[in-house]
Write a protein that binds this ligand. Structure first.
Ligand code: AQP
Length: 336
């Protein structure tokens, strides 16, 4: 395989608690894109190591994310599904690109600031360099498009800057500048406990998120307990946007029912939360219940999952190796 005009690369970290944000912001969009693009979907286990991981859990979670991809509808025959650490080119290109990434660019990354918090001096070098490895993930395959949630936009812009820096330094048109694809009504799903914080795998409260493996009862309970205010739902987007928690639930509803925000709001305007939450729970369970059940079935057969990943690694390496060899040549690295 060469480098077609339309190649997608994207991934999810196997850090546990795969949630509705990962599904609506990323995985669901990939399913729709797989028929029109050459797709590579990765389980980014090297990125997961930027925070401490229990080795046994990391293995299990890598299989769980693979199961989620397939259960959500990604076809492992059509698309390449693999885990990052099986393609050494990611780490190799990551180093090469880090040598042309100014610290000033990395210092602007808000995700590092959020994750490192006040413990900045104790944060690992890997967490700081994460966006460079992400650039390598994408550029290794000369991917042209990267479907992600809104939170990854800044990292994507950095990937474009790094690709441009490489091309300029060596006077080549080697790396395409990858385009972010951020779409759907729920590009940034927020925590169910706090409408100003994004729904996240690492939130200590399980009630802050809907996990892809939650059963129907748990999904309904979490939605019922989701923080809201006491007013009925408004009838204009302007009024909705002033109420973070209400806006989040309406956006989730819109995404799950494939409606535009304004269409979803028109359907639910004037309702009180007890009725709206019931409806939201029903659509959530209808979609996630099916996927969660299929994930459980797939995870009961680790041999099948490992087979998908092994074949995916072979196909990914077959694209990555010649690209990396060209990068070595361009940079003057002798391979006697
Ligand atoms: N809340 C979200 N809304 C919409 N999209 C989201 N994504 C993550 N959270 C939301 C998208 O899911 C893809 C995979 O994300 P990731 O697992 O690689 O990393 P992350 O963004 O760091 O995910 P979390 O859940 O927030 O993990 P922790 O808590 O470990 O930091 C990406 O496309 C992302 O945009």
């Amino acid at each position: 395989m060469g480098s077609p005009a339309n190649r997608i690369f994207s991934g999810v970290q196997p850090t546990g608690n795969l949630h509705l944000g990962n599904y609506l912001g990323a995985i669901r969009n990939w399913v729709a894109l797989q028929t029109s693009y050459d797709c590579i979907f990765c389980i980014v286990d090297l990125h997961a190591l930027t925070q401490p991981q229990d080795p046994k859990q990391l293995l299990a979670q890598t299989r769980e994310v693979t199961a989620a991809y397939i259960a959500a509808g990604i076809d492992p025959e059509r698309c390449i599904i693999f885990n990052q650490s099986t393609v050494p080119g990611h780490a190799e290109l990551g180093w090469l690109l880090s040598c042309m990434t100014p610290l000033g660019w990395l210092n602007r990354m808000t995700q590092f600031k959020e994750k490192a918090g006040k413990q900045r001096d104790n944060a690992g070098l890997g967490l700081y360099a994460y966006p460079v490895l992400m650039a390598a993930d994408i550029l290794l395959y000369k991917a042209t498009h990267v479907p992600v949630g809104e939170d990854q936009k800044q990292h994507l812009e950095l990937s474009r800057d790094i690709a441009g820096a490489f091309n300029r330094r060596y006077g080549v048109e080697f790396f395409p500048l990858p385009e972010p694809q951020i779409f759907g009504a729920a590009t940034r799903v927020m925590s169910l406990r706090d409408g100003t914080k994004k729904m996240s795998k690492s939130d200590t409260s399980d009630y802050s998120r809907i996990n892809m493996t939650d059963d129907a009862e748990t999904v309904a309970l979490k939605i019922r307990k989701a923080r809201t205010d006491s007013e009925p739902l408004p009838d204009t987007l302007e009024a909705l946007d002033k109420r973070a928690e209400a806006a989040n639930l309406v956006d989730i509803y819109a995404a799950l029912t494939d409606l535009k925000r304004e269409e979803a709001l028109a359907r639910v305007a004037g309702q009180n939360f007890s009725k709206f939450k019931e409806d939201l729970a029903e659509v959530s369970v209808a979609i996630l219940g099916k996927i969660g059940g299929e994930m459980q079935r797939l995870m009961a057969d680790p041999g099948y999952i490992d087979g998908v990943l092994k074949r995916g690694a072979e196909r990914a390496n077959a694209i990555a190796r010649p690209h990396l060899a060209e990068v070595f040549d361009i940079m003057g690295l002798l391979r006697p």
